[in-house]
Design a protein around this ligand. Structure first.
Ligand code: FAD
Length: 394
């Protein structure tokens, strides 16, 4: 039964919410997790052919935890026996953790609004009002597709709405994709493999970028897959760089796309938007401070600077221009959030979180990352497409 006054409420039963819950549970706390749809629902809704691009490999015993694991002691590779789990497989890993660790997860419970008056939370859900002491927002981005600011975007299909690329390929022969980062190239590969003629139109030339941070350039896996698809698939692809599409309309011949120069491009099928997602904190925007279009997090514990007691975990996390958009990045803060909440609740954390720290799930020294070449100024605020996994997908 839903506790209306839990110490800790976690909104979202994806990898971020569950990872925080497990770190808190290790400290002897009993967080209550709620999810509008179900455990791992985002992954359940990925297109059939989509797989995690970050590889899984169970080298935990040697101190190198599987990149897609959300605890220091488990491994999706070991559990699922695959290197690149698809959405359904990864959701199975998340459900298995909930069962094994007996996490308290309530579904379907949708959080509709959060208010904070004089330090007290009121969380409005479809199952009543909750009054937790602490809230961790881990509601993800997948439910909030970004339209790329394109006039006529309602005529397009956002890539997150596609359930099966093979089925989509049966609805036409020529497809145009707007956006050329990870999700755009992933879509192009699936459509080519299904025999389609694919046209990728993008701002800049993202497929040509060479940044040491995989959040800012195509991953090695995607490059490998693209090379294979170019050699082996029965479809074709053409890339259009510096094609900043601003409008889509229907004419007698199909869908007419126009870029900032007014150059037209004709697509017989609805254009596919690979323009990312809105920031994960948009639904509770007023509870955060925003700078340059991005929410501000405390460095000590990823807490809101204007609503004490409200924390965030997930791919929209940024610190010092670093994007924590992959699981292996944002999980490095699970222990940091758990430590802060445990301290405030008078619970010991040193010994319980020892493994979390040792295995990179409790990274509190952000200096180590700012020396890295990947800590470059983000242009996510100006160019949503550039933040593919970070805050818009760009
Ligand atoms: C196409 C794509 C591919 C990606 N590939 C990778 C990859 O290979 N490797 C990697 O590390 N990362 C990848 N990512 C990044 C990915 O976003 C994250 O790893 C992960 O999905 C984010 O986890 P999360 O827990 O924050 O959100 P989610 O997994 O989206 O979970 C959020 C949960 O919150 C629930 N929820 C939302 N709103 C509410 C509400 N109001 N009330 C209650 N519940 C709510 C949802 O139902 C959902 O179950 C990818 C992202 C995308 C979009």
């Amino acid at each position: 039964m839903l506790n209306t006054s839990p110490d800790i409420l976690i909104v979202g039963a994806g990898p971020a919410g569950l990872g925080c819950a497990l770190a808190l549970q290790a400290c002897g706390l009993k967080p209550q997790v709620v999810d509008a749809k179900g455990i791992g629902s985002t992954f359940e809704n990925w297109p059939q052919q989509m797989q995690l691009l970050t590889p899984s490999f169970h080298s935990n015993a040697f101190g190198n935890v599987d990149l897609n694991s959300i605890t220091p002691e488990t491994s999706p590779a070991d559990f699922l026996h695959t290197q690149h789990p698809d959405g359904k497989e990864y959701a199975r890993y998340l459900r298995a953790l909930c069962a094994y660790y007996e996490l308290e997860v309530h579904t379907p419970v949708r959080v509709e609004r959060i208010e904070n008056h004089s330090g007290s939370f009121k969380v409005y859900t479809n199952s009543g009002i909750l009054s937790p002491r602490f809230v961790i927002w881990a509601a993800g981005e997948f439910g909030q597709p970004h339209d790329g600011g394109i006039t006529g975007s309602e005529l397009c299909l956002h890539n997150s709405k596609v359930r099966d690329w093979k089925e989509l390929a049966k609805t036409g022969h020529k497809f145009s994709l707007i956006g050329g980062y990870e999700s755009g190239i992933d879509a192009a590969i699936h459509l080519m493999q299904a025999g389609s003629e694919v046209h990728v139109l993008s701002r800049g030339e993202p497929w040509g970028e060479d940044d040491p941070d995989p959040s800012r350039s195509l991953s090695p896996r995607t490059r490998d897959r693209l090379r294979s698809a170019l050699l082996d698939s029965c479809g074709s692809v053409r890339f259009y760089k510096n094609a900043d599409i601003v409008s889509v309309q229907i004419n007698a011949l199909g869908y007419e796309l126009r870029d900032t120069e007014g150059t037209p491009f004709l697509s017989p099928t609805p254009p596919i938007l690979c323009t990312g997602f809105r920031n994960a904190l948009e639904p509770i925007r007023e509870l955060w401070e925003w700078k340059k279009g991005l929410p501000v997090f405390t460095e000590s514990a990823d807490e809101s600077t204007v609503t004490p007691g409200l924390f965030y975990s997930g791919p929209a996390l940024t610190h010092r221009s670093m994007l924590f958009c992959f699981i292996y990045k944002y999980r490095s803060r699970f222990g940091v959030i758990a430590r802060e909440i445990a301290t405030r609740l008078g619970q010991t954390w040193e010994e319980p979180l020892r493994l979390w720290r040792k295995r990179g799930f409790m990274m509190d020294d952000l200096d180590c990352c700012t020396d890295c070449k990947c800590a470059v100024e983000s242009d996510a605020a100006e160019n949503p497409e550039a933040a593919d996994y970070a805050s818009t997908a760009r």
